[in-house]
Write a protein that binds this ligand. Structure first.
Ligand SMILES: Cc1cc2nc3c(=O)[nH]c(=O)nc-3n(C[C@H](O)[C@H](O)[C@H](O)COP(=O)(O)OP(=O)(O)OC[C@H]3O[C@@H](n4cnc5c(N)ncnc54)[C@H](O)[C@@H]3O)c2cc1C
Length: 399
């Protein structure tokens, strides 16, 4: 305890000396999230200055080892760091698939050289990663993937197509599953490669959604040459890496959005209900709606308490294992229910999602409702989570 107290004192002094006043408090100049990479832009020079200081101290990924760009602090110390940053209204903004999904898999499977190179660059926010897993015909049944990698000297030559690749058009590098042995049983002929999205032969085509945004792409590989040194783990054993990464993805999704400035700024269900029903205080007049709203808030609080307990118990950096599927399933379904309720409460004010002739928060309600439909599909559908829970958590027999 004394150690944690002295760490708190140390952190307070460091924050006082290093965090610019413009990066503190409610009206700070920080972007909601920093995805990093070649295209990163900064809304204010102080945000960049603060980010650089966080990087220098290893505070973008505080619990990673120092050799890989972290600060090497314990989970208890990290809790103190997060509390102290929250106390002055600042945060460490770096977030991307490299941190939440790829890095823990690299720590387990990559060579020392690969770890030093890719983890350090990810911690410094130099690479924005995308995930090349799904293909037309290989989504839930991912191991059926057909993108081929044929060995030619010291390179693999990649041909094929991925789909639903989130942010492929704005990412720097991809972690990609390819088939290196078409004759082997499907799980045993896959390898895990890392490569630059600017490699000759890589192209992307954004897929536009009804919500108006294009969060993902089709990604094409036409004779893309990737050095063999960029393969992680043994040839044809990429499925081991793929599975571990999917566990980390579910852990990341289960923890989704907590503490983001956008999340905090969004009106609560109660605020939306008060506005829609013209009830600025006291009980809401609609009893049925009141009951539904209270039930949802209670479910949310229970979810957050259970998640926090499980995360605290999970070993640092190891994720939750197959139990992550329970959290991913529950959160995505709960969020969908919340978005639905929010939309019903807002009534006719939640029927638009484009145009500038209505307030941004009304458009946002509809957009979140639309995007919520994707949450029970991405990272593995609800049906697939139920299969994982039944087999790998409950140990029930297969078909
Ligand atoms: C917003 C979003 C972002 C995404 N980002 C990425 C990304 O960055 N990279 C990437 O690689 N992929 C990404 N995906 C793809 C995602 O992983 C797949 O959509 C998902 O795994 C489902 O695959 P599918 O779309 O091919 O559906 P299918 O596998 O064709 O499934 C169709 C339906 O059949 C059901 N089903 C299939 N098999 C079973 C079974 N065995 N038991 C019971 N039901 C079953 C499914 O639950 C679903 O309802 C993203 C998807 C979304 C929506």
């Amino acid at each position: 305890m004394a150690d944690v107290d002295s760490f708190r004192t140390e952190i307070r002094a460091w924050l006082a000396a290093n965090c610019p006043p413009t990066c503190q408090g409610k009206s700070n100049v920080l972007p909601d999230m920093v995805w990093g990479g070649r295209r990163q832009t900064w809304p204010h020079p102080d945000a960049k200055l603060w980010f650089d200081r966080l990087v220098e101290k290893g505070f973008t990924v505080p619990t990673w080892p120092k050799a890989y760009g972290g600060a090497g602090i314990s989970p208890a110390e990290n809790k103190v760091l997060q509390e102290e940053m929250a106390r002055i209204g600042t945060r460490s903004m770096l977030f991307n698939f490299g941190i939440g999904m790829l890095a823990p898999a690299l720590m387990e499977f990559a060579s020392e050289d690969q770890k030093r190179l890719h983890l350090n660059r990810t911690a410094r926010g130099e690479i924005r990663w995308c995930q090349g897993y799904s293909e037309p015909g290989a989504g839930s049944d991912l191991a059926s993937l057909r993108t081929s990698a044929v060995r030619d000297g010291d390179d693999y030559v990649i041909n094929g197509q991925k789909i639903w690749t989130s942010d492929a058009n704005v990412s720097d590098w991809i972690f990609c599953l390819v088939r290196t042995d078409p004759e082997a049983p499907k799980h045993l002929g896959i390898s895990f490669l890392l490569f630059d999205m600017e490699s000759p032969g890589v192209s992307t085509s954004p897929i536009e959604l009804i919500s108006g945004s294009s969060p993902f792409c089709q990604t094409f590989f036409d004779n893309v040459r990737v050095p063999v040194t960029q393969r992680v783990h043994t040839e044809n054993r990429g499925w081991d890496v793929a599975k571990a990464l999917l566990n980390h993805e579910r852990t990341m999704l289960a923890d989704g959005g907590r503490g983001s400035a956008a999340g905090a700024a969004r009106k609560s269900l109660l605020q939306v209900a008060r506005q829609a029903m013209g009830a600025s205080e006291g009980r809401l007049p609609d009893a049925a709606m009141r009951e539904e709203l209270v039930q949802w808030e209670m479910d949310r609080l229970c979810y957050e308490a259970t998640l926090k307990r499980t995360m605290d118990a999970a070993k640092a950096g190891k994720g939750m294992g197959p139990e992550g599927s329970m959290f991913k399933l529950y959160l995505s379904e709960m969020n969908q229910r919340g978005a639905d309720l929010r939309q019903r409460i807002a009534g006719h004010e939640a029927l638009v999602w484009t145009g500038d002739d209505c307030p941004a928060d009304e458009r946002q309600i509809t957009r979140e409702w639309l995007y919520g439909k994707a949450s029970t599909i991405l990272g593995g559908t609800s049906e697939i989570q139920l299969n994982i829970i039944s087999k790998r958590v409950l140990g029930l027999p297969g078909d």
